[in-house]
Design a protein around this ligand. Structure first.
Ligand SMILES: C[S@@+](CC[C@H](N)C(=O)[O-])C[C@H]1O[C@@H](n2cnc3c(N)ncnc32)[C@H](O)[C@@H]1O
Length: 227
């Protein structure tokens, strides 16, 4: 009887410890993120990190057999964690984060992942330096946590150009937004010869968020393959 009680107590204790660890894993990033939002609300662009449902929806949009991924604007790592859980090898994952404190946080949280402090607009140079590109100079997907909706069109253009410079013909740029429509204006999509589809809504995210997938139009894709 005593040993049964001991076993039950031990199970409750270890359950409690693992729940506390889960909670700490979620609360610590949220506090760090909020502090950085207070310091720089425009660049951080959200008050709290993305939730697990949104992270799953983002990662579900990767092309089949994806091996190499670049993440723009890692924040405290909501998407980084989901990418690793999905099976992306740390050495094949590059996270580019502009904010110094968040870069430091990510580096400590994800040893083995290429976490670089820099501007997403310099993705190609950073990716070359880290060795995450394949022989053709491509990755399979760019997963973006940037607040693209709040950026001027000129910056949106530079971000998309940087992303598609490292994406092959079938490569995907995955972006979330809190608005009901895609954050990239139609005119810019036409100019860059890109198409977009809405992948779904993460209703349980706070606030709810929509996920959009951008790809080259077929004409561009065929041209890219011939190069
Ligand atoms: C809306 S937060 C998203 C963070 C995280 N991906 C998430 O979903 O919880 C945007 C992040 O992008 C970073 N950021 C903003 N502009 C950037 C840029 N040009 N290059 C790289 N990171 C940038 C911010 O510092 C911030 O961490």
């Amino acid at each position: 009887m005593d040993s049964l009680l001991d076993t039950t107590r031990e199970m409750s204790r270890s359950h409690l410890q693992s729940r506390t660890a889960d909670l700490a894993a979620d609360v610590h990033p949220a506090l760090t993120f909020f502090r950085e939002w207070l310091r720089n609300p425009f660049a951080t662009a959200a008050v709290s990190p993305s939730g697990r449902q949104l992270a799953s929806l983002m990662v579900e949009q990767l092309p089949p057999q994806t091996q190499r991924v670049i993440e723009f604007g890692g924040g405290t790592g909501a998407f980084t964690r989901a990418l690793l859980e999905r099976g992306i090898a740390p050495r094949n994952l590059l996270v580019i984060e502009l904010n110094e404190a968040l870069h430091q946080f990510l580096s400590e949280r994800f040893p083995g992942v290429h976490v670089e402090r820099g501007d997403a607009r310099d993705a190609q140079t950073i990716a070359r330096r880290c060795g995450v590109l394949d022989q053709k100079g491509w990755v399979d997907a760019v997963v973006s946590g940037l607040g693209l909706l709040y950026m001027p069109r000129s910056v949106q253009r530079e971000i998309l150009r940087a992303a598609f410079a490292v994406l092959g013909p079938q490569g995907r740029f995955v972006q979330f937004t809190y608005g009901p429509i895609g954050p990239v204006p139609r005119a810019l999509l036409r100019e860059l010869d890109l198409k977009v589809r809405r992948a779904g809504t993460a209703w349980r995210n706070v606030p709810p968020a929509n996920v959009f997938v951008y790809q080259r139009r077929m004409s561009k894709a065929v041209r890219a393959q011939r190069v």
